[in-house]
Write a protein that binds this ligand. Structure first.
Ligand code: NAP
Ligand code: MG
Length: 401
């Protein structure tokens, strides 16, 4: 059989621990036998990041900018314990944060759904994609524990001198205080990424915040979304029959729960953090959540939403069998290959990505799955297998397709 050809390289970013093991299994069993894989390889495994002073991460980010599509394995974000474990000479930043800063992107998360695993919310038939603004607000906030009686003020000093001062509260007793901010540039990028992704996936876009209470802060988000929509995207949305609407977050929560799914829900940083955990739990499992970073100028980075699955890796190192779910990592590859195929006009590659996903779904529908999913299936006998046997079962289905 002739292998499927590629014309532009995919930016391949290898990672750490259990997902690094799975990465190789996926390439060997599901990709290399079928595709003449053309990648520019970046090893983002922690030892290599340490050795290169993390320059490799920046180079990978720049490569995505250049080629347009990347696929990333989960990576360790170092903490004190990792400093010791890997004898690091610095506590390197999260690679995802570094790449996000280079691409100025928004993160979209969506569950992979199968018939036998029912969402907790019974009427959800299609995936709900959460778009989280990953900049500012609480995550860059300034906090103060007010120790005594006193006056708190909000002061802004403009380039041209002081222009704004207002009392936040006249404290008659100790309390707490917090200052947060966001920027027009970041909110605009966020809005553009959301509209672009909605067009790309042909889904409606919802945006919700609390502008009735936060009449300047949240209202600014609402206004930016509205003007980006009207000036840049309305025509394309109309053409595809898609809708955009803003609604108060209270109303959105009620509508989401009563919906059938199948749309993108854009949220501010904190709202997106909390709601994406709720949505992924309600759909079943973190191991079935896909994640894509999409920049406002149409660059894409695909990955799994989960981490490096450290607990399984330590068992793997002891020679024990592991049943780690590779679904989200396989979908990172299929998503990236499909996007590469679409950009380069390679129908064979797009077809392959679709067939790979169909083979995964068929394997699960046949009741062959990793341990994490077994408890979620209702009313059907299923077989729990280890990672490599699951991948080989997918390969069998892929070959017969
Ligand atoms: P994690 O790797 O997502 O794993 C947490 C737990 O979730 C696992 O122990 C496992 O539960 C379950 N799980 C996650 N993915 C699974 C899969 N594919 N198959 C089966 N079970 C799965 O999160 P973590 O343990 O908090 O973090 C580990 C490392 O990953 C950290 O160093 C962190 O910095 C990094 N991380 C990286 C990314 C990224 O690169 N995008 C994201 C998050 C975390 P059981 O043990 O109960 O089976
Ligand atoms: Mg969270």
């Amino acid at each position: 059989m002739e292998k499927i050809k590629m014309t532009t390289p995919l930016v391949e970013m290898d990672g750490d621990e259990m997902t690094r093991i799975i990465w190789k299994m996926i390439k060997d069993e599901l990709l290399l036998p079928f595709v003449d894989l053309k990648t520019e390889y970046y090893d983002l495994g922690l030892p290599k990041r340490d050795e290169t002073n993390d320059e490799i991460t920046k180079a990978a980010g720049e490569a995505i900018k250049k080629y347009g599509v990347g696929v990333k394995c989960a990576t360790i974000t170092p903490n004190a314990q990792r400093m010791e474990e890997y004898h690091l000479h610095k506590m390197w930043k999260s690679p995802n944060g570094t790449i996000r800063a280079i691409l100025d992107g928004t993160v979209f998360r969506a569950p992979i759904i199968i018939d036998d695993i029912k969402p907790v919310v019974k009427n959800w038939e299609k995936p709900i994609t959460i778009a989280r603004h990953a900049y500012g607000d609480l995550y860059k906030g300034t906090e103060y524990r007010v120790p005594e009686k006193g006056k708190a003020e909000l002061v802004f000093t403009g380039e041209s001198g002081e222009t704004f001062r207002e009392t936040v509260y006249d404290f008659e007793c100790p309390g707490i205080l917090q200052g947060i901010y966001n920027k027009d540039t970041s909110i605009t990028s966020f809005a553009r990424a959301c509209f672009q992704y909605a067009l790309d996936t042909k889904q409606d876009l919802w945006f919700s915040a609390k502008d009735t209470i936060s009449k300047k802060y949240d209202m600014r988000f609402r206004d930016v979304f509205q003007s980006v929509y009207e000036n840049e995207f309305k025509e394309a949305f109309d053409k595809l029959g898609l809708t955009y609407f803003y609604t108060l977050i209270d109303d959105a929560v009620a509508r989401v729960i009563r919906s059938k799914g199948g749309f993108i829900w854009a949220l501010k940083n904190y709202d997106g953090d909390v709601m994406s955990d709720m949505v992924s739990t309600a759909f079943g499992s973190l191991a079935m959540m896909t994640s894509v970073l999409c920049s406002p100028d149409g660059k894409f980075e695909y990955e799994a939403a989960h981490g490096t699955v450290t607990r399984h890796y330590y068992r793997y190192l002891k020679g024990e069998e592991t049943s780690t779910n590779p679904m989200a990592t396989i979908y990172a590859w299929s998503g990236a290959l499909r996007k590469r195929g679409e950009m380069d006009g390679l129908n064979d590659l797009v077809d392959f990505a679709n067939r790979l996903e169909a083979a995964c779904i068929k394997t699960l529908n046949d009741g062959i799955m990793t341990k994490d999913l077994v408890g979620l299936v209702e009313g059907k006998p299923v077989q729990a297998v280890n990672t490599i046997d699951f991948i080989r079962a997918i390969r069998k289905n892929l070959e017969s397709a």
